[in-house]
Design a binder for this molecule. Structure first.
Ligand code: SF4
Length: 450
């Protein structure tokens, strides 16, 4: 019999949690052995506000890699200093999720909600929720529902918390649907437009799928080869005509990941007390780190930039420049987090002597009736010249626009070289020298005197 430790430090809700053997017998009978209770961890877990669970699904990609992000956040939560600062982008994302869930629940297209308010943002208004983007998510969910051949279960913005398995195992599934014959479908909506997220091997999706499976007695013991379809809908980044990024895996893979990677990792984290330098592991997962301002890696990068003068930078060796360049994303992230934190403190009435709140800049607009006055005064000069849209603008019009942009659009030769980090997907370009510039010219018939 396979014995798995569910908690590295005990949790006394159950002595044993047994999974049933499925009818095909394909999933081994597992008994989770729970060690004797350790009061400290139980008390700590009870104090953690699960709304901001440091081991929740949305942070899986971060805590699976960076130990410090969990340890620092836990410490702040326990001593009451943790501050949850939600950026405007995050608030807009919440509003877009609300609209998407309402549209799927009612079966009404997001456009039906034009002008309606969701979490402080108006649907389809400038500065509000993009109806085009939410519509893509709506279509994806409705497509899954329309393809169902048997009765199944749907999840819509459902928060699943499974304290019997781990007190901090908790996450919200944007959209899920499953049936015994068709498998598990899970879609995560991302409203962000800055950084694209891929579905294959995505830890956040795996976490949610694990929750979904463990939350249902049939799925827990379901056939290991049952389809699990995991997808990310991110139309504001990938464009409204791109297909959903879908990764198909199996129930067995998700269960193995949950049992062999997720839960052991969560156990190691909750039983770790001492924090040292090596626990800070930076990477893409830092982007939404809730303790970024307290991270020594980010602080160090920012301080190095803040202390450097332009003259000083010009005198650095290549190796020293490389040190700075490789840290610049950290410094930038620190700056962004700093802006958000100062904004939140000032809005809450705090005093930050070097900063103040001001009205956002807005462009002037014409009053009603201005068009007639302008036409009278300037005639046709009051109007801008008709100008054809760019290939990117035409692409946004329709799928036909995308086809035409593909057929007629092209990229002229680059305007010069710019610097990009090694992670940039573009191929490396070589600096142009006289030899490379005249290389083609020299071999042309004209250059050879013909
Ligand atoms: S910002 Fe710091 S603590 Fe947060 S994930 Fe990155 S390295 Fe870890």
């Amino acid at each position: 019999m396979e014995i798995l430790d569910v908690y590295a430090v005990g949790f006394p809700r159950r002595d044993h949690l047994e999974l049933q053997r499925n009818p095909q017998g394909s999933l081994p009978l597992r008994t989770f052995h729970v060690r004797p209770d350790h009061g400290r961890f139980r008390k700590e877990s009870a104090m953690i506000d699960l709304e901001h669970s440091p081991l929740g699904g949305s942070g899986a990609h971060r805590f699976m890699t960076c130990t410090a992000s969990f340890l620092v956040q836990r410490e702040q939560i326990l001593d009451g200093t943790f501050e949850n600062i939600e950026s405007d982008f995050a608030k807009l994302g919440t509003a877009a999720h609300d609209l998407g869930a309402k549209a799927v629940a009612t079966g009404l297209e997001p456009f039906e909600y034009l002008g309606e308010e969701f979490s402080g943002y108006l649907a389809g208004w400038p500065g509000g929720i993009s109806l085009d983007a939410v519509h893509i998510y709506f279509n994806e969910c409705m497509k899954i529902l329309a393809a169902r051949k048997s009765q199944g279960s749907m999840l819509l913005e459902d928060t699943i918390h499974l304290p019997d398995i781990h007190p901090l195992l908790r996450g919200t599934v944007d959209f899920g649907w499953w049936s015994k014959s068709q498998g598990v479908y899970l879609r995560d909506y991302k409203n962000g437009e800055g950084v694209g997220v891929a579905a294959a091997g995505n830890k956040q999706l795996l976490y949610y799928a694990f929750l979904m499976i463990m939350n249902d007695p049939w799925l827990r013991a379901g056939p290991r080869d049952l389809l699990v379809s995991l997808g990310i809908v991110q139309p504001n980044f990938y464009g409204v005509f791109e297909d959903t990024d879908v990764w198909e895996t199996t129930l067995g893979f998700v269960m193995d990941w949950g049992m062999n990677e997720l839960l052991p990792r969560m156990n190691v984290l909750v039983s770790t007390q001492d924090l040292d330098e090596a626990d800070y592991v930076p990477g893409d997962h830092c982007q939404f780190c809730p303790v970024l301002l307290d991270c020594v890696v980010m602080q160090r990068a920012f301080k190095a930039y803040a202390d450097a003068s332009e003259d000083f930078v010009a005198m650095l060796t290549n190796q020293e420049l490389n040190e700075y360049y490789s840290q610049r994303d950290y410094a930038r992230r620190f700056m962004n987090a700093l802006e958000s934190a100062v904004h939140a403190r000032l809005v809450a009435g705090g005093n930050i002597p070097s900063a103040k709140l001001v009205e956002k800049r807005v462009a002037r607009v014409w009053k009603p009736g201005a068009a007639a006055a302008l036409e009278e005064a300037f005639g046709s000069k009051a109007y801008e010249e008709r100008k054809i849209k760019s290939p990117a603008g035409i692409e946004k019009l329709s799928s036909r626009g995308k086809e035409i942009a593909l057929e007629w659009g092209y990229k002229p030769e680059g305007a010069g070289l710019s610097v990009a980090p090694l992670s940039d997907p573009r191929p490396e370009a070589k600096p142009r020298t006289n030899a490379t510039v005249f290389e083609g010219h020299a071999s042309s018939p004209e250059a050879q005197g013909f």
